[in-house]
Write a protein that binds this ligand. Structure first.
Ligand SMILES: [Cu+2]
Length: 135
């Protein structure tokens, strides 16, 4: 008789479906849009040199409300200071002005308001080296 064969098979399929739903559930919570996420920054290609003011370009995947966004410069010892930001010349681009910095490790803590009204926070770490080390 077939039910004996189909029974366990159905149970297995039900189990697989349940497992699949369990796996898919968290994915369903990811919003359809991505808010403001940094897609590119100038830190890798243009390292910040010590002892001179610099600009860092942050490119976002979407439009950014500059007036509602802010960027904090995090120095060693978790000291934070707000740094000036302004719109870049491309859509979604943000220019961060950095003061002259001593050699060391820093981070930019970006609290950014996307054009869709969602706030996201992103940390970009960077190192300021000496001219000799940058070559
Ligand atoms: Cu959003």
């Amino acid at each position: 008789m077939t039910p004996l064969f189909i029974g366990p098979s159905r149970a297995a399929r039900a189990g697989l479906v349940a497992a699949a739903l369990g796996l898919l559930q968290p994915i369903a919570w990811i919003p359809a849009h991505a808010h403001a996420v940094v897609t590119e920054d100038s830190l890798a290609r243009e390292p910040v040199k010590h002892g001179e003011p610099a600009h860092v370009r942050l490119q976002f995947n979407t439009g950014v409300e500059i007036k509602l966004s802010r960027v904090m410069l995090v120095s060693q010892g978790d000291t934070e200071q707000a740094v000036p930001i302004r719109a870049g010349n491309k859509p979604g681009q943000l220019l961060v002005s950095l003061p002259a910095l001593a050699e060391g490790d820093y981070a930019l803590r970006c609290q950014v308001f996307a054009a869709d009204g969602h706030l996201t926070q992103e940390i970009r770490r960077f190192h300021v080296g000496t001219a000799a080390r940058l070559k």
